[in-house]
Unconditional design. Structure first.
Length: 110
């Protein structure tokens, strides 16, 4: 099992548009990396959820992770193991979407 394509929900897309406007950061992949790291830093596992991947935002795994794509994959797998989860692809989606929500709710992003 691997992550080939990264897609997000329409709700997450709207949240990222808000973050883009506040920060001036144009690239989805950079914002998604920040969001993933925010969620991974939270001690609790993300709650189970059915996430519709219904937006037109889509990128390859290599675009998402850039030069550090292997590091991001290792972080996701490690966290999944710590949380006792076997489906790291689903855990990635859950962490990404939780992180986008967290990022969009921050008053100050620094």
């Amino acid at each position: 099992m691997s992550i080939d394509t990264v897609r997000i929900s329409e709700k997450a897309k709207r949240q990222l548009i808000t973050v883009k406007q506040r920060t001036g950061i144009e690239h989805w992949n950079i914002l998604c990396r920040w969001a993933l790291c925010l969620s991974l830093a939270d001690d609790t596992p993300p709650p189970p959820a059915m996430i519709p991947l219904d937006s037109n935002v889509e990128m390859t795994w290599r675009t998402f992770g850039g030069e550090q794509h292997e590091l991001y994959l290792a972080l996701i797998k490690h966290r999944s193991n710590l949380d006792g989860k076997t489906d790291f692809v689903m855990q990635f989606k859950l962490h990404l979407h939780r992180g986008i929500g967290m990022l969009s709710s921050l008053r100050v992003i620094d």
